[in-house]
Design a protein around this ligand. Structure first.
Ligand code: NDP
Length: 298
């Protein structure tokens, strides 16, 4: 089977000199083509970004992509872990996080990276926040939270509390990351123990999927007073633009940012790896406007 057999409606007849793309399931609603095709167009590169709908046999799909010359791939839900055995090498940060979202072509196969982690960091810095010596409260301990916890320690956060519905998952991330960085920096908590977090000013990062669907109620910790400790709050979710978590952050006096800039920068960093270019902030802002138009004008 050719890799092009996995493309979705709207991409079947796309012609370009070079192809990049994304593996996922479902994949129809991915926004990534907006990022990469805007970059290629602006830079005058004859390269197109193709969504590939992979329902099974991931190994065969990666092999076809490589054999047919695909320059690079993003990997999204549900394959960020499953892809790892099919790569020739994995960047140390991606290995420690345990998830790969970007494949870069080498002479012997694809190498795996995680650009979600530096992508979120860049988004945070671009909003004027610092991670060095910061204190962080994370809500959630799923796949994305692993990258967030790694990011906090990598950039020098002083203390991180991970609050999760399932305590064991928070503990697993805390144990793995504390071991990885050789310090006892992360403290796992179950949701009902949130009051044990000492009174202080924190960066709050919302990493659960609560708020993703219109009609989702309050965030994991429902107590409004809790959010008074937030200097600012970042939600990884970007659609809807203002989740109940972000509403609470603002209501209690904190600055609130959603996950659209994380999406932007993880994409830009992947594009830079594939094409060996550096994307200017000016171009990043153009892509960001395109993204906002696409997501929020519907
Ligand atoms: P996972 O499925 O791996 O983790 C889901 C998390 O949400 C877990 O902590 C889970 O808790 C919690 N959760 C789910 N339902 C509930 C509920 N009803 N009450 C309380 N907690 C709940 O998802 P990911 O980590 O992959 O993704 C998390 C979010 O981040 C998603 O909304 C995703 O869209 C967003 N994201 C955004 C990105 C971006 O570029 N902006 C990139 C990646 C992710 P438990 O452990 O107890 O099950």
């Amino acid at each position: 089977m050719s890799i092009m057999d996995y493309t979705i409606e709207g991409y079947k007849n796309v012609q370009a000199k070079q192809y990049i793309g994304i593996f996922g399931n479902p994949i129809k609603h991915t926004l990534s083509p907006v990022i990469h095709d805007t970059l290629s167009k602006s830079l005058g590169v004859d390269e197109r970004y193709i969504p590939f709908h992979i329902t099974d046999n991931l190994k065969a799909a990666v092999e076809s992509a490589y054999d047919e010359g695909i320059l690079g791939l993003n990997i999204t839900v549900p394959y960020k872990q499953e892809i790892m055995p099919y790569l020739v090498d994995i960047d140390p940060a991606a290995k420690a996080i345990g998830a790969v979202n970007t494949l870069v072509r080498t002479e012997v196969g694809y190498m795996g990276y995680n650009t979600d982690m530096p992508g979120l960091a860049k988004a945070i810095f671009s909003e004027g926040m610092e991670l060095k010596d910061s204190k962080v409260v994370m809500l959630g301990a799923g796949g994305a939270a692993r990258a967030v916890a790694y990011m906090c320690l990598y950039y020098g956060a002083k203390r991180v509390y991970i609050v999760n519905r399932t305590f064991e998952k928070a503990k697993n991330i805390a144990d793995d990351m504390n071991t990885e960085f050789g310090k006892e920096c992360i403290i796992p908590l179950s949701a009902q123990d949130y009051k044990s977090i000492p009174e202080d000013r924190y960066i709050f990062i919302q990493c659960t999927s609560v708020g993703l669907h219109n009609g989702d109620g309050l965030p994991l910790v429902e107590d409004k007073e809790f959010y008074r400790m937030a200097e600012c709050g970042v939600d990884l979710i970007y659609n809807p633009a203002k989740t109940p978590f972000l509403q609470l952050i603002e209501e209690m006096g904190g600055k609130a940012f959603n996950g659209l800039k994380m999406l932007l920068y993880q994409g830009i960093m992947a594009y830079e790896l594939w094409n060996q270019v550096e994307i200017s902030e000016e171009l990043a802002n153009i892509v960001y406007s395109e993204l906002k138009n696409t997501v929020y004008s519907k």
